[in-house]
Write a protein that binds this ligand. Structure first.
Ligand SMILES: C[S@@+](CC[C@H](N)C(=O)[O-])C[C@H]1O[C@@H](n2cnc3c(N)ncnc32)[C@H](O)[C@@H]1O
Length: 218
């Protein structure tokens, strides 16, 4: 049996989150270097040109904007933490459809992304709180900090030698993400709670409590 056909649980866009009994998949440039040319990676590390990495040959290197190289109905569970927002909307829908295809009937897809409803609600609340004050008592401090957080962490831009070349390309809310799952053929789609999942050992891969949506392949 080849490696891919043994795979049961996929952790897509794993980054540094790499539990042993999951198949951890990433496509960053650093993951490629450490996986395909580990000797060059450690040479560059020793020369002080790059830092340490959790990536290595144990990671599956895939460009997740392309078709998944797994057979249909072959996977039990797929988790993706803070990955969907790295794709243009159409590419994210393609990946959702691919996940629905490779999951066995009853297999679970679970995705966690930044919650833009919450982020933009907070922005509006901050602005309205200040507008409710007399002009001379207003302060823009909290609003500036919130907008800075948005551009630093949510609406990220390309930094060539940082962020592994990846950027965020879409913002989600519960309505959009649930609709996308349903359109791609997933059933029983609902917003999930942190670490509460049909995937038994989800706590091994889930480290953020943002907008979480889970659905079941039919
Ligand atoms: C923010 S990290 C998330 C890490 C981890 N899953 C977590 O929950 O903390 C996003 C990861 O997705 C990977 N990624 C982004 N676009 C990708 C693509 N097209 N193909 C494969 N991996 C990708 C990045 O390399 C990065 O490691």
């Amino acid at each position: 049996m080849d490696k891919l056909s043994e795979v049961k649980k996929l952790n897509l866009g794993c980054g540094p989150v790499q539990p042993e009994d999951w198949t951890n998949v990433d496509g960053s440039n650093r993951a490629k270097l450490a996986s395909k040319l580990p000797w060059l990676d450690s040479l560059l590390q020793k020369a002080g040109l790059i830092g340490e990495t959790e990536f290595g040959p144990h990671i599956d290197i895939l460009d997740l904007s392309k078709d998944l190289p797994y057979e249909s109905n072959s996977i039990d569970a797929i988790y993706a933490g803070e990955l969907w927002e790295h794709f243009e909307y159409e590419k994210a829908e393609h990946l959702t459809r691919e996940c629905a295809r490779v999951l066995k009937p009853g297999g679970v897809l679970r995705v966690c992304v930044p919650d833009c409803e919450e982020i933009w609600n907070t922005y509006l609340e901050l602005v309205q709180q200040e507008k409710a004050k007399p002009a001379e008592q207003r302060s823009d401090e909290k609003i500036v900090a919130h907008v800075k957080m948005y551009f630093d962490d949510i609406c990220t831009r390309r930094i060539w030698l940082g962020s592994m070349g990846h950027t965020h390309k879409w913002n989600y809310d519960e309505v959009q993400l649930i609709s996308m799952f349903q359109r791609c053929g997933l059933n029983d789609v609902e917003r999930g709670k942190f670490h509460q999942s049909r995937i038994e050992d989800v706590q091994k891969v889930e480290r953020s409590d943002f907008l979480i949506v889970e659905g079941v392949a039919g």
